[in-house]
Design a binder for this molecule. Structure first.
Ligand SMILES: C[S@@+](CC[C@H](N)C(=O)[O-])C[C@H]1O[C@@H](n2cnc3c(N)ncnc32)[C@H](O)[C@@H]1O
Length: 226
């Protein structure tokens, strides 16, 4: 199938390419496949599990409304889209390392974020710098790399370490949710979150891609309510 490159950019963190294979949109970072629009169920699930924890069974009246959520990593915008589809969400800040990807979103090249939703803010930055400066969030959702054991950006190793995860917990309001996406199960990450947050649950998600089955994982911690 023909592959049509839509956009390409290079910045201090590497090279980004957005391309179409048929009707499938593909994001490539430094020549490495990052994600495509053919299979985005786990990126969406990252948002859903956090919303379920925060809102209970009724997305409007069962829990808190006006939820303030920070998402680490824009990608194709699927986690952000799922959040914005919920009426319980009051504000979403997406923190993205690559300025070009944020520009492409503003230019309408990411179909998941077609409209200017007043609840959405796109911030160019590194989660390692931005998250520790935030407070009172209802959720911090991190999907910036493949997980601790197979990094695209070596600098992201710190995202899965105790100091940063403790800072992410401290950015939450009491009862807030910290959720981390990983392409593999990671008992080490689970133990780290248990240590910094006092508890952590693992959600395993099976995904089939090109006739192969993968098991991705989400790690969820809740900041104790006072
Ligand atoms: C797999 S994609 C995220 C997918 C996203 N959840 C979605 O729904 O499409 C990872 C994103 O994180 C960004 N990223 C990588 N390291 C980062 C960091 N340290 N801070 C902020 N963004 C980062 C990448 O440029 C990429 O856009």
């Amino acid at each position: 199938m023909d592959r049509i490159e839509i956009a390409r950019a290079r910045d201090a963190h590497g090279e980004l390419t957005l391309a179409l294979r048929g009707d499938v949109l593909e994001l490539v970072v430094d020549g490495v496949f990052a994600m495509d629009s053919a299979q985005t169920s786990t990126e969406r699930e990252l948002a859903r599990v956090a919303l379920d924890l925060l809102t209970g069974t009724d997305p409007v009246t069962g829990g808190r409304g006006g939820l303030q959520v920070l998402v680490g990593g824009l990608g194709l915008g699927c986690t952000a889209r799922t959040l914005l589809d919920s009426p319980a969400v009051g504000a979403v800040e997406v923190v993205e390392l690559h300025p070009a990807l944020v520009d492409w979103a503003h230019q309408g090249l990411l179909p998941e974020l077609p409209d200017a939703d007043p609840r959405l803010t796109l911030t160019v930055g590194d989660v390692l710098d931005v998250v520790p400066r935030r407070t009172g969030l209802d959720a911090v959702l991190l999907d910036v790399d493949n997980g601790p054991d197979f990094l695209v950006h070596t600098g992201n190793a710190a995202v899965y370490g105790s100091p940063f995860l403790a800072a992410a917990c401290a950015a939450l309001a009491p009862g807030g949710v910290l959720a981390v996406w990983s392409a593999d199960r990671s008992p080490t990450l689970q133990r780290t979150l248990e240590a910094v947050a006092g508890g952590c649950s693992e959600v395993l998600l099976e995904v089939t891609r090109a006739a192969r089955t993968f098991t991705y994982a989400l790690y969820l911690a809740v900041r104790p309510a006072r």
